[in-house]
Design a protein around this ligand. Structure first.
Ligand SMILES: Nc1ncnc2c1ncn2[C@@H]1O[C@H](COP(=O)(O)OP(=O)(O)OP(=O)(O)O)[C@@H](O)[C@H]1O
Length: 616
């Protein structure tokens, strides 16, 4: 014999309240939504019918639990519908029309009413159907899963539904007047039917003229001011500007507010979203393209699907098309700025450069419009790409921060402008330049390219420096580093260390090998055999530098050797190259040698000076 599953209502309510809904306050949302759907269904039956939703809070004088009454002049329920829809969990009158008229009703799951049992033990629904026999029926549902239906002794004058909730003792806080008012305003502030709230004999209409972005204003300036004020009210921030949003897919409209400060890179902005004018979420994240982190928005969607908790949109193809279209709205705003108000665009780029760069990478037309306005760090200071290209035909850039640090000072002293493309998107943006702007030329630049711009020595100078050069070559040969002598600026820089990409890779691999265990070291050995063993690095001595000039005249081989070693280590440090163990030993040994030499010179050996603190 087959048996039927039994469902524990208590268990289902527990599931909803603890795992599906974020707060007991959603009961207000679910009741507002049912009333709105009922009003819409009535309008379908009787086009032109108008109606409203009323919330009335009845507080007891004796301090007993308050009662909240929700009233609508909607379609109501017949007896058959009561059994089928009110009393069957998961049944919804809206499901069968869902596909055909997706945009009309907010509810669809047939579970919303259960949320009321998280704040009260019994629910009384008094209803008169617009389709029925004129009888008024009472349905009393209890949280233990039982219910009763009877004809009411207090018939309603017209079709509609009244829902009574008596607060459970431990949930009275969810019935406090200000709480209920705030919840109704929060969820239903944009509903298209008037929502009234009555408490202590005073009635107030909570929602006024529909979404602020659809209202009529005298001038465009008035509209902008009103919307910025709305943005401040919703998010508590003074925004810079406001952008209209529209998507056919999902039937979405609303406004995006430009943030007044640059958000943390990759910070996901939280947006306020309404579904069919009922608040769905205040922290929706998946609504705009990733690059759009410079705005926060408020939108209403009529054609997107909610998740069952009704607290976010369901990720599907329509949502992804809507996201694309909303991105287009933002893109249009930026394109218009680029064309009509370049100064405003510059200000926006200064604040939200990453967003603008991210979009430029995605979109060639936008790239063409904004690329000239984008500021970059260069060896000669900040400048826009347009300024750079006006003075230098080839855009030379370093893809890494270390690379930039290695060349910036010396390049600047030669009058060479090198662009630092180490920041997010910059290298990709520059590499895209020749594809989008046909006559543009870009080339990566590294310290290895610098010596080409240096001045050669005269014959006399070459002769004078020859012994130093020979000695230096010998000293640095074990470090696989060649030596040359040239003249360059700034004169305070005595040396420049450069290596091509392969040389830099070899240095990194060697250092990693020193620090790794046997197994990994073996792997690195394998990697390194594939790398050419030639002299990939070069130390260039600067003959403009006074110390280098003086060295040319030094005869002591020992002092020369020490000086070359120290210049080499200093060049590595200045170029931000990490030292390997051998070089570290060189540094230690050299420093101690220099200190000892100074002590010897200054009589610091302690042999004679009475006040000497030297060690004996
Ligand atoms: N105020 C009302 N007027 C008329 N019918 C109502 C009213 N409230 C509820 N109903 C009926 O009860 C059914 C169940 O309501 P419930 O709130 O549980 O689910 P739903 O609104 O259909 O879907 P969801 O779970 O997505 O909210 C509705 O489909 C509707 O037929």
């Amino acid at each position: 014999m087959d048996h039927r599953f039994q469902v524990s209502l208590r268990g289902v309510i527990d599931l909803l309240s603890h795992h599906l809904y974020s707060s007991p306050g959603v009961y207000v949302r679910e009741l507002l939504q049912n009333a709105t759907d009922a009003l819409r269904a009535r309008q379908q039956l009787e086009p032109g019918a108008s109606g409203s939703v009323r919330l009335e809070l009845r507080e007891k004088q004796d301090g007993g639990p308050p009662t909240l009454l929700f009233t609508d002049e909607g379609v109501g329920l017949t007896e058959e519908e009561i059994h089928r829809f009110l009393a069957t969990i998961g049944e919804s009158s809206k499901r069968e029309v869902l596909e055909a008229r997706r945009n009309d009703f907010i509810g669809q799951f047939g579970i919303g009413l259960l949320s009321c049992f998280t704040v009260c033990d019994e629910l009384l629904v008094v209803t008169r159907s617009a389709k029925g026999d004129g009888r008024t029926l009472e349905w009393r549902g209890r949280h233990d899963g039982t219910y009763g239906v009877r004809v009411s002794e207090h018939p309603l004058d017209a079709p509609g539904t009244h829902v009574y909730l008596v607060a459970r003792a431990d949930m009275a806080e969810w019935f406090a007047p200000e709480r209920v008012r705030q919840l109704a305003l929060h969820y239903g502030g944009l509903l298209p039917f008037p929502v009234h709230f009555t408490v202590g004999g005073r009635t107030e209409q909570l929602n006024l003229d529909g979404p602020p972005w659809r209202r009529l204003y005298e001038t465009a300036g008035d509209k902008r001011q009103a919307l910025l004020a709305y943005g401040r009210e919703v998010f508590g921030t003074d925004f810079l500007d406001v952008i209209p949003l529209r998507s056919e897919a999902g039937d979405v409209d609303g406004v995006a507010f430009v943030l007044p400060a640059s958000p943390h890179f990759n910070a996901k902005q939280k947006h306020r979203v309404y579904l069919k004018h009922m608040l769905l979420a205040e922290n929706a994240e998946n609504l705009l393209p990733e690059w759009a982190f410079f705005v926060k928005c408020v939108v209403n969607a009529n054609g997107l699907r909610p998740t069952a908790s009704r607290e976010s949109f369901y990720e599907d193809a329509v949502l992804s098309r809507a996201r694309e279209a909303l991105g287009q709205s933002l893109r249009k705003y930026l394109m218009d700025l680029a064309r009509e108000e370049p100064r405003a665009l510059q200000r926006l780029i200064a604040l939200h450069g990453l967003s603008v760069k991210g979009l430029a990478l995605d979109d060639d037309d936008f790239y063409r419009l904004v690329i000239d306005w984008l500021p970059f760090e260069t060896s000669l200071g900040m400048m826009t790409l347009a300024d750079y290209r006006r003075s230098w035909p080839v855009v030379r850039y370093t893809p890494t921060m270390d690379g930039f640090r290695q060349v910036a000072r010396v390049a600047a002293a030669q009058g060479l402008c090198v662009l630092n493309a180490a920041y997010t998107h910059d290298t990709a943006l520059l590499e895209k330049l020749p594809q989008v702007v046909p006559d543009a030329q870009v080339a990566p630049f590294s310290s290895a390219d610098l010596p080409q711009t240096f001045e050669e020595l005269t014959l006399d100078e070459r002769e004078a420096i020859y012994p130093l050069l020979r000695l230096a070559e010998g000293v640095l040969a074990p470090f696989r580093c060649g030596v040359e002598v040239k003249k360059f600026f700034p004169a305070e820089v005595p040396t420049l260390y450069s290596s091509d990409a392969e040389g830099a890779f070899r240095r990194d691999a060697e250092r990693a090998r020193e620090e790794s265990d046997d197994l990994y070291a073996g792997v690195l050995d394998g990697v390194m055999t594939g790398v050419g063993g030639g002299e990939r690095a070069q130390l260039c001595l600067n003959l403009h530098n006074p110390v280098v000039r003086r060295l040319a005249a030094v005869e002591s081989r020992e002092l020369l050797k020490l000086s070359v070693e120290m210049l080499y280590v200093q060049a590595l440090l200045l170029g931000q190259h990490p030292l390997n163990a051998q070089e570290m030993a060189l540094l230690n040994h050299g420093l101690l040698g220099l200190i000892a030499a100074r002590l010897d010179e200054g009589g610091g050996s302690g042999s004679s000076g009475s006040g000497s603190r030297g060690m004996h």
